[in-house]
Design a protein around this ligand. Structure first.
Ligand code: IDP
Ligand code: MG
Length: 138
C-alpha cells in the first residue's frame, strides 16, 4: 500500500552557516525523499514567531524565534512514502546528544537549539507549514 506524503523541512541557520545544505539534501534524496521545492530565505523575527506559534508558551520561545530569524534558512517540500515520519526518523531526536547514529541531528547538530533541521510532526501540520512557506504550492 502506498502512502505518498509531503512534509516541510527547514535547514536552520547553524547548518546553512556551516555550508551543510548539500550534505543534508543528499541525506533526504538517498532516503527516497524527493525535494519538490526548495528556497533559501531570511525570515523576520515576526515571521518566525508566527511559524513557531505552537510553542508560544514555552520558556525558549523568544530565543527560538530570534534564532530562526538570525540568518538564512533553506525551506523545502519533501515528498515520498510516509514522508512525515520518515523525515522525523532521518532528523533524529530534538537534542542532538540523544539522537541516533547517522541521523542529521547526530551528525551535524550542535545543541538542542542549534539542531540543524526542522521537520513537520504530523500530516496536518505539514500541510499548514508547507502553506506557510509555499503559498499556492510554489
Ligand atoms: P522538534 O524540532 O524536534 O520538533 P520541538 O519540541 O517541536 O522539537 O521544538 C521546536 C524547536 O525548539 C526545536 O527543534 C529546538 O530548536 C527548540 N527547542 C526545543 N526544546 C528546547 C529547549 O528545551 N531549549 C531550547 N530550545 C528548544
Ligand atoms: Mg516540532
Amino acid at each position: 500500500m502506498s502512502n505518498l506524503e509531503q512534509t516541510l523541512s527547514i535547514i536552520k541557520p547553524d547548518a546553512v552557516e556551516r555550508n551543510l545544505i548539500n550534505e543534508i539534501k543528499k541525506i533526504f534524496t538517498s532516503n527516497k525523499l524527493a525535494i519538490k521545492e526548495t528556497k533559501k530565505i531570511h525570515i523576520t523575527k515576526d515571521e518566525a514567531a508566527e511559524f513557531y506559534k505552537v510553542h508560544q508558551s514555552k520558556p525558549f520561545y523568544n530565543d527560538l524565534c530570534g534564532y530562526l530569524s538570525s540568518g538564512p534558512i533553506v525551506v523545502m517540500i519533501l515528498e515520498g512514502e510516509d514522508a512525515v515520519i520518515k523525515n522525523r526518523k532521518i532528523m533524529g531526536s530534538t537534542d542532538p546528544k540523544d539522537a541516533e547514529e547517522n541521523t542529521i541531528r547526530k551528525l551535524y547538530g550542535i545543541s538542542i537549539d542549534k539542531n540543524s533541521v526542522h521537520g513537520s510532526d504530523s500530516v496536518e501540520n505539514a500541510k499548514k507549514e508547507i502553506n506557510f512557506f509555499f503559498k499556492n504550492g510554489q
